[in-house]
Design a protein around this ligand. Structure first.
Ligand code: CS2
Ligand code: MG
Length: 402
């Protein structure tokens, strides 16, 4: 089954997406998400200028060999751009295989290990009471697991707090918005948020929180300890994970479960975290960690150390990635939870899909392959618009993780 053509489709239905479409001589085509929020064109060029010419003439059925060919053949291995490009090719080839065998992708991954996939949504508010209302809305929508993020008193804006009803997955047009940060204000505030949420909603709902790489290890240990009475499902990205061993310090002080990995793009970026059981959930996603093929390797390593999956699923990962993720989630044994930020109607019109959400759980559907398509005509109506993620500075002006 020879690959005869491939193209990169960049569109912006409310936010930028990069999609690879691979076509075979049999007329079967596959899709892969290649979106890297804020640096989209780097991946689009990596694919169209360097990878697509190598794909023409290759056998689309040779998924593993193509993965190794693109990984080892580049010499300059790993990194978010390279691994997002390889991921897009990998997902597209799995999509083609499913379509050519008339089987939904999860059936090719070993079949279903569960009936449905537990997901969590993003509730946020400018203050505690607005966040309580947002969590109540998500509960009403049927979510059993809800991430809660709130504005911090004294700070003009902070990560994770949407503006109005629009979901919070910024990439702002033309220039990175500046936000301000104070770890002290955050550490003093965050326990009061979860005390209020548990008082309002009781012990039932799974509550999650994303620190978004902003604390030092000892600060993260303090916050993890302070949140223990509210038994979070997880505390995410408590400290930057470039130095994986820094999580040893956090682990020594708190039993609050930890989740890391959305910025990891290979097994090597999270190997120590997994093998030393420094985390409880690995957040790597199909689109940024080398596709289905590599994500399975990470999950299989994690299984040995009783680390479960909790893949990233924000709105800057396209419905093509969400579809592939749900097939992976349905099948992988050590599944934990899947992030699911609903895409806008605009986006969903460009990417019609088989996956469904109901009462806090999802299913990828039974369509062959990934079960997501792209309406190219509609996509063309939304041309790329340069956009940047925010940058974050401490109150004294020092650059800090956003
Ligand atoms: C976040 C993301 O969903 C999450 O856990 O960390 O919103 C992240 O900020 C964006 O995907 C960055 O593009
Ligand atoms: Mg996160």
């Amino acid at each position: 089954m020879k690959i005869v053509d491939a193209k990169v489709i960049v569109c912006c239905p409310g936010r930028n997406f990069v999609t690879l479409k691979v076509m075979t001589e049999d007329g079967v085509y596959g899709l892969g998400d290649a979106t890297l929020n804020g640096r989209e064109l780097a991946v689009a060029s990596y694919l169209s200028d360097h990878v697509v010419p190598l794909l023409i003439g290759r056998d689309a059925r040779r998924i593993e060999d193509t993965w190794q060919y693109l990984y080892k053949g580049a010499y300059w291995q790993r990194g978010p751009v390279t691994m997002s490009a390889i991921a897009a090719v990998d997902a597209a080839l799995w999509d083609i295989k499913g379509k050519s065998l008339n089987a939904p992708l999860y059936q090719l991954l070993g079949g279903a290990s569960r009936e449905t996939v537990l997901v969590y949504g993003h509730a946020s508010g400018v203050g505690i009471e607005e966040t309580v209302q947002a969590v109540a809305q998500y509960q009403k929508a049927g979510y059993k697991a809800i991430r809660a993020q709130s504005g911090i008193p004294g700070l003009p804006s902070t990560y994770g707090v949407g503006r109005g009803s629009f979901y919070y997955e910024p990439a702002e047009k033309n220039a990175p918005p500046q936000s301000r940060w104070s770890s002290e204000a955050y550490m003093n505030f965050i326990p009061t948020l979860f005390a209020r949420l548990r008082k309002e909603f009781g012990p039932e709902p799974h509550l999650l929180h994303d620190v978004h790489h902003r604390l030092t290890p000892i600060e993260a240990a303090r916050v993890g300890k302070s949140l223990e009475p509210y038994h979070l499902f997880w505390m995410e990205d408590p400290t930057p994970a470039e130095l994986q061993e820094s999580f040893r310090l956090i682990r020594r002080h708190t039993t609050t479960p930890l989740a890391v990995g959305e910025v990891c793009n290979s097994i090597f970026d999270c190997q120590t975290l997994i093998q030393e059981q420094l985390i409880d959930y690995i957040r790597t996603a199909v689109v940024h960690s080398g596709g289905i093929t590599h994500l399975r390797r990470i999950a299989n390593l994690a299984e040995i150390y009783q680390v479960r999956t909790g893949s990233h699923g924000a709105t800057d990962l396209s419905p093509v990635c969400m579809g592939a993720a749900l097939h992976f989630d349905l099948s992988v044994h050590n599944f934990g939870i899947q992030e699911y930020m609903k895409h806008t109607d605009e986006t969903n019109a460009v990417f019609p899909h088989a996956y469904q959400f109901e009462h806090g759980i999802m299913h990828p559907g039974e369509k062959p392959g990934i079960g997501v398509d792209i309406n190219e005509e509609l996509a063309a109506k939304y041309p790329y618009q340069r956009a940047y993620l925010p940058v974050n500075r401490r109150l004294d002006g020092t650059m800090h993780n956003w």
